[in-house]
Ligand binder design. Structure first.
Ligand code: C2G
Length: 155
């Protein structure tokens, strides 16, 4: 039984996450995901849209994931690797080099990220959409006010 372990926030679950998990699952027989808790996210300078419970439910529903465990601190990786008899620790390559010290415990693998999608980009796109919509509403209101003014003056 070859066990794979990875960690992440996995907020606003998207194809970048799915494609990573699919590739990780193909490396072995069991894929364990250490999911960042809301508190740990704060220490990473992140605030996720979905709560830990919601993100865990979404991950658990992914066919590539066999077990979801909480990631509460950076230092838990070694004990998790020993506890779950992990053969491969793997992350997207934005983390390349960060976890090489774990290679004394198991194989460490960094896989290419999926380009042109990220949770932060999705959040930015949504914020821009909201801003554009607000501008359109504001313009419609201003146009309506102008029409009302003209109607009042013409009476
Ligand atoms: N990822 C990817 N392609 C993307 C976006 C993310 O392959 N387009 C990968 C990341 O490289 C990471 C995983 O998906 O391996 C989860 O990404 P995040 O949720 O952003 O995780 P992160 O905040 O990097 O947390 O202890 C490790 C940290 O908890 C990792």
């Amino acid at each position: 039984m070859k066990v794979i372990l990875t960690y992440g926030t996995f907020d606003l679950f998207h194809v970048g996450h799915v494609r990573l998990l699919e590739r990780l699952a193909s490396l072995g027989d069991k894929l364990i995901v250490g999911l960042s808790s809301d508190e740990f996210n704060k220490s990473k300078g992140k605030s996720s849209f979905f709560s830990y419970e919601e993100r865990a439910e979404i991950l658990a529903a992914c066919k590539y994931v066999d077990l979801v465990i909480p990631e509460r601190e950076w230092e838990q990786k070694e004990s998790d690797i020993n506890k779950y008899n992990v053969d491969i620790f793997a992350m997207g390559d934005d983390w390349k080099g960060h976890f090489d010290s774990l290679s004394s415990l198991c194989q460490v693998v960094y896989l290419p990220r999926t380009k042109s999608i990220s949770t932060s980009e999705i959040k930015t796109l949504i914020a821009d959409l909201k801003k554009n919509d607000l501008n359109k509403v504001q313009k419609s209101l201003n146009d309506a006010i102008e029409i009302i003014k003209k109607l009042n003056y013409s009476e």
